[in-house]
Design a protein around this ligand. Sequence first.
Ligand SMILES: Nc1nc2c(ncn2[C@@H]2O[C@H](COP(=O)(O)OP(=O)(O)OP(=O)(O)O)[C@@H](O)[C@H]2O)c(=O)[nH]1
Ligand SMILES: [Mg+2]
Length: 459
Amino acid sequence: MREYSLDDTIVAVSTPVGEGGIGIVRSSGARALEIADKIFVSKDGRKPSGFDTHTIHYGHIANIDEVLLTVMRAPKSYTKEDVVEINCHGGIQAVKKVLDLVVKCGARVAQPGEFTKRAFLNGRIDLTQAEAVLDVIRAKTEGSLKAAVGQLEGRLSKDVSDMLDILVGVASHIEASIDFPDEELDIIKEGELEKKVAGILDKMKSLIDSFSEGVVLREGVLAVICGKPNVGKSSLMNLLLKRDRVIVAPIPGTTRDAVEELICLNGVPIRLVDTAGIGEVKDALYKESSDRSRRYIERSDIVLLMLDASGPINEEDLHIIKLVEDRKKIVIINKIDLSAGHIPEKRLTPLLDGETVIEISVEKKINIDLLEKSILDMVWSGKFAQSEGAIVTNARHKELLDKAFKNMLSVSKAVKDTVHPELIAVDLKEAIFDLGLIVGRSASDDILDKIFDNFCIGK
Ligand SMILES: Nc1nc2c(ncn2[C@@H]2O[C@H](COP(=O)(O)OP(=O)(O)OP(=O)(O)O)[C@@H](O)[C@H]2O)c(=O)[nH]1
Ligand SMILES: [Mg+2]
């Protein structure tokens, strides 16, 4: 970690820049109240340094604006420092002038995320919680918000801390047995060590596995609707979006550019893309528009391949089927209202053997719920479905868990092979170190503390 000083008082505008109802200038640090005293004028002449904590006061900032000022004293504040929030009228000028004045009186403009960084450095939250703050702000759907709030509430922290406690306990026993090989130490009983290590491996594995769910919740799934012209791709896009976003027309070649929109299925963000039909329409725009479709198909997480039940599968369909051969996909047969509700099997080519096939009618809204369910099933591949436990959504956590898991596999093997404790200790320490980094703890200090706490070394 870079050298970082908590001595400065920092200040920033905490509301979005631009016109709004109110704008908040927030400062944090030892001098926050002293600075507020200099600039805030209340009716009765009282100064912010005399205000009770968590109280709000009406007054003026000299020559700038009428404001409401809130005082939150350390340690019961977001940063655990003295915090002063000044609510001004939301124009750009007023907010900027108040900010400049606070800076002139001795505060420093905060770096991005610095309030949250202080909350972490001052020990109010751990690193995963600090990271979750940003995820909460950025969450676009119920599912991603739920995952972020879970992390902010400390679900992942708890899992990681529990694992750390167990591992640090194990390590302290092992260290002691290295330091005092002749002593009759209460070394973990036969089999117990193995059981503990296996339990940790299980927990790590389930957290690592949750990452695929985490990525979905964080980034969304790119689902690309493709097919030959006029099969009903844009109609489906509009139906799933529940609004007329794209043009629908009985003329092949209606859609020329790919259009991406976010939909939310059961709280899961799906980035749905309507593409230009790939096929017959050969004009000046055709090459560019079908290239765009192809590029989206290449990037897709899921392809929604649409066929038309009102006509036979033709060369154009076969071409596209070939194009999406290697993609994860759902085959949608649309317009079943025009085919008496039945699709003879021979219409489907062997190329589609083993694929999920759903027959729908966008026009008559038949089987749309089934399609949505299939999309969700495919996203989760039958797993998780928004489990209640901790979900790893952050690549940094996943990477550290992967490293820790590898080291724990070595520990597990070493324990089984009854390798010398010193060798076990090396991998164990690394696993502890990496887990510690997830929550932002200094692992080696922890080990020392535990050893001194649990063992009477001087004996
Ligand atoms: N009968 C019937 N007509 C449908 C259905 N879905 C779409 N259509 C009609 O099919 C025509 C083409 O629909 P679009 O959604 O524009 O088709 P597209 O695949 O986006 O076409 P391009 O943009 O040209 O590639 C329109 O007239 C729709 O109203 C359906 O389920 N049943
Ligand atoms: Mg279209």
